[in-house]
Design a protein around this ligand. Structure first.
Ligand code: PMP
Length: 456
């Protein structure tokens, strides 16, 4: 049974805000200071939680603490990067040792080679790799590499797909999809970027008929759009289309890499990508990104094989492959390789959240859907389970209801992002009891929400 909205959320919001303010006076003061020096009072708009975010001063395992001493179960774990939870011993020990040996050599070193060997061993279909400092950079260089290899210009991305803030991919990320995603983005920068909906093979087939496409870039499970998994065979169809038209398939595995399985989405779904971009987990809690592919493609970055700059695909950067990110990444991937069982455990906790949300929908008669991405779950106040970004954005509740939900969770000592689209990331440190607390908090929230809506 679906319910319509005939509610006044203002008094609920006012009650929660007053509780929040009384629990977080130090964060309030820091936020006032931040507003004078950081645009929007924040370091990144996605981190903003209204009326002001809790300022975090400590983190360990599945928990973070704010400056007022409140402890939260963290379901954001560093934008999904911290698969071993916050400050894991396995990583800290190695990083501590490395700190005294040098934080940034600016020369080549064995640690980068070791991480390269490890990643190309555990991730399928990649033989060579180059490191960057972020996922955004990795995708930027991946596009260049794909264009250099195919000698074509057009790139296809997915509507609602998020690949970082690089110009050429900063298109059709959020609703309305035809409005520029940012000021300062000339149309000319985006004229080679084509867009299709997720889980829509026909739309892509049509584009292939009209354009010479260098590459299709896709998040195998859409992340920022709301953790939306591919329908069965969708990725295989993308693979076939790319093969049929001589285009490269780029999997943006910045989120899914080392998360859905050790070998990422290629392993999880059994589909081969031509180029894989990575980030987040690969850095073991430190900044990173990476572009990986088969040697034939990666060698386009080889300055010896391709001495002419116009025939080479450039990649570089000051902090690229810095020893701290390398050592932390290596410790993380080694831990995951030796403890592959953690994937079953994390993925089944994710499934448990989804099943419990299904139960809540039927017992409470309220339209709420969870989308499953292994150890990550999206929550949607939509009339049906969304299969693409457009559907995920069709909310039946006012945006304020989602703001209230985030505040309600914070007051129940749970943190997640974002206020507009709830995403829950798990780590190896999350246990059954943390997930239970998440589900029971959601249940209580939904019961109160339901009491405020009138039946259609
Ligand atoms: N790709 C995907 C799928 C992402 O989710 C993100 C970041 N959330 C990026 C790329 C960009 O990575 P970064 O923030 O490290 O630049």
């Amino acid at each position: 049974m679906s319910v319509g909205i005939g509610m006044n959320l203002n008094s609920w919001m006012a009650e929660l805000l007053s509780n929040y303010r009384s629990r977080t006076p130090k964060s309030a003061t820091l936020y006032d200071r931040a507003c004078r020096k950081l645009p929007g009072g924040t370091t990144y708009a996605i981190r903003f939680l209204s009326p002001y975010p809790p300022f975090i001063s400590r983190a360990r395992g599945p928990y973070v603490w704010d400056v007022d001493g409140n402890m939260y179960i963290d379901f954001w774990v560093g934008h999904g990067a911290l698969i071993l939870g916050h400050a894991p011993d396995e990583v800290l020990e190695k990083v501590e040792e490395q700190l005294w040996l040098g934080t940034h050599y600016g020369y080549d070193h064995e640690l980068a080679l070791e991480l390269a060997e490890l990643v190309t061993k555990v991730v399928p279909n990649v033989e060579m790799i180059r490191f960057t400092n972020s996922g955004t950079e990795a995708n930027m260089y991946a596009l260049r590499l794909a264009r250099a290899y195919t000698k074509r210009n057009y790139i296809v991305k997915i509507e609602g797909g998020w690949h970082g803030g690089y110009d050429g991919l900063h298109k059709a990320v959020t609703k309305p999809y035809d409005e520029p995603e940012s000021a300062g983005l000339p149309d000319e920068y985006l004229k080679y970027t084509l867009v299709v909906p997720f889980n829509d093979v026909e739309a892509l087939e049509k584009l292939f008929k009209s354009y010479e496409i260098a590459a299709v870039i896709v998040e195998p499970i859409m992340g920022a759009a709301g953790i939306i998994p591919p329908e069965p065979n969708y990725l295989k169809e993308l693979r076939k289309l790319c093969d049929a038209h001589g285009s490269l398939l780029i999997f943006d595995e910045v989120i899914t890499g080392f998360r859905v399985a050790l070998g990422g989405a290629q392993e999880y779904f059994g589909v081969k990508a031509d180029i894989v971009t990575m980030g987040k987990i690969l850095g073991g809690g430190f900044p990173i990104g990476a572009i990986a592919s088969r040697s034939e493609i990666m060698e386009l970055m080889d300055h010896i094989k391709h001495p002419r700059k116009s025939e080479r695909a450039f990649h570089g950067g000051t902090f690229t492959a810095n020893p701290i990110s390398m050592v932390a990444g290596k410790a993380t991937i080694e831990y995951l390789s030796k403890n592959r069982w953690v994937y079953d455990r994390m993925n089944s906790l994710g499934l448990m959240i989804c099943r419990r949300v299904d139960e809540l929908r039927s017992t409470l008669g309220i339209d709420v859907y969870a989308t499953y991405g292994g150890s990550m779950v999206g929550l949607h106040f939509t009339k049906k389970r969304p299969v693409n970004a457009r559907e995920a954005a069709e909310l039946w509740v006012p945006e304020d209801a989602l703001k209230i939900m985030n505040l309600y969770f914070r007051l129940n000592n749970i943190l997640y992002i974002s206020e507009k689209k709830p995403h829950f990331f798990l780590s190896t440190k999350h246990q059954y009891r943390h997930v239970e607390k998440l589900v029971s908090t959601l249940e209580n929230f939904l019961i109160r929400l339901k009491s405020m809506v009138s039946k259609n």
